[in-house]
Design a protein around this ligand. Structure first.
Ligand SMILES: Nc1nc2c(ncn2[C@@H]2O[C@H](COP(=O)(O)OP(=O)(O)OP(=O)(O)O)[C@@H](O)[C@H]2O)c(=O)[nH]1
Length: 169
């Protein structure tokens, strides 16, 4: 069976749940006491898609401001970027928009962008409306899903949507 490799990076504010999304996707587990990422971390997962094997090479970047300058090393050469915000923190959605701008200016020209509104299990304290985020995603031709790494909502779907994007090279 043919093997196709797909480099994906995760971007977004500290604490939005980037590592938790990767951990849920790769290991199907969740750690409420997960540590902030230092620099970046790398994981892989291979899935069967139609009659091919697709190997995701996943770079999970650190969201803390002091690591921001490292991000280009990870988004350069990526086929897709998952930009994550926390639906309970409006400011993380502003950070997401800055990442979109940076990718447009300095990222690979055909990079597939996926927006993940994480922590959708916490709807009682929601600050970002799903409709607003979806409209924004549509305006920049990005994939959009609300996810919960904690409750395993839409995590596999997020990667499946990336995998099946018609824009993927
Ligand atoms: N309720 C809830 N908590 C979550 C979810 N995903 C992550 N968390 C929690 O949010 C906190 C931060 O998660 P991380 O995965 O470390 O966030 P990160 O974006 O990788 O943070 P940095 O590594 O600093 O960039 C942790 O306490 C997680 O347990 C979720 O879907 N729901």
């Amino acid at each position: 069976m043919a093997l196709r490799e797909l480099k994906v990076c995760l971007l977004g504010d500290t604490g939005v749940g980037k590592s938790s999304i990767v951990w849920r996707f790769v290991e199907d587990s969740f750690d409420p006491n997960i540590n902030p990422t230092i620099g970046a971390s790398f994981m892989t997962k291979t899935v069967q898609y139609q009659n091919e094997l697709h190997k995701f090479l996943i770079w999970d970047t650190a969201g803390q401001e002091r690591f921001r300058a490292l991000a280009p090393m990870y988004y350069r050469g990526s086929a897709a970027a998952i930009i994550v915000y926390d639906i309970t923190k409006e400011e993380t959605f502003s950070t997401l928009k800055n990442w979109v701008k940076e990718l447009r200016q300095h990222g690979p020209p055909n990079i597939v962008v996926a927006i993940a509104g994480n922590k959708c299990d916490l709807i009682d304290v929601r600050e970002v409306m799903e409709r607003d985020a979806k409209d924004y995603a549509d305006s920049i031709h990005a994939i959009f899903v609300e996810t919960s790494a904690k409750n395993a909502i839409n995590i596999n779907e997020l990667f499946i949507e990336i995998n099946s994007s018609k824009y993927l090279l």
